[in-house]
Design a protein around this ligand. Sequence first.
Ligand SMILES: [Zn+2]
Ligand SMILES: [Zn+2]
Length: 332
Amino acid sequence: MSLLTVNENGLYCKQGDFYIDPWRPVKIALITHGHSDHMRWGMQHYICHHHTVPILKLRLGGEQSVQGVHYHESFDINGVCISFHPAGHIIGSAQIRLAYNGEVWVFTGDYKLESDGVSEPFELVTCDHFISECTFGLPIYQFPGHAKVYSDINAWWRSNAQEGFNTVLYGYSLGKAQNILAHVDQSIGEIYLHGAVANVNEVLSDAGYDFPGIRMSSGIDRPKMEGALIIAPPSANDSPWVKKLKPYREAMCSGWMQLRGARRRRSVDKGFPLSDHCDWNQLNTAVQNTGASHIYLTHGYEANFARWVSERYNIRSSVLQTLYNDEMEGEE
Ligand SMILES: [Zn+2]
Ligand SMILES: [Zn+2]
């Protein structure tokens, strides 16, 4: 019998009677990270990494019953030994390791192998059964290194500022926004934040993180802004809110920007292929290195990637149908 299976509520451990990242209300939910497809409302009790706790309270309300754990701290539920390990996806993101009866299972949640310089870098956890996301599980998705992308972003901001334009960068308010803020060259100009980004930064400061940027509030004199950088969530694209920042140039920061068509659909001036997920090469590295004899694939191009893994590496692989979804452009 499998230690982890999928039922109508989510990824379920029958032996422990708990769920990981469930999509329907359950008693005990282990949460890999704070993105909305993994951390949903209505669980009786949440268990997540310490740095996910303030994010959970911001997004789901302060009255939630939530318990924070450290990476590598192991605890027991009905004989199942559980520990959280860095996933390198966003602040507080974790892979969850379960051990029972001499068998080890790892669920990655969302993850990436390249360190973003902000979240705790991915840790390889050896296991027998490896459940991996594969959001970018096609060979066309091969991302440039982050250092290259940030140097392109800084160069673009600098030239926009010299030509008298503000620069608007769209990136998911949790994860992408903090990574951008940690890598932009603050000597170029002022940095302003959409409220959604400022809210996340504020709760992360309780966890010891410090990001630059001024919250855009009604007191900010927008016509006086010149050559500034504004960080906003993708939902602000094409909104009345952003139009008040004119004159500006705008860019989307997302792994999907690797494909030109995605950029055109968003009608932004530029796309930077900056992702918090594994690209094709990183996925291939991960599935070969855990030592797992069985690999399960979730959200993304799971059927294609499962076939690839079994044919190429001769590792048993299957698809797990879940409701995780990072398909929204810019929202991964
Ligand atoms: Zn995520
Ligand atoms: Zn996800």
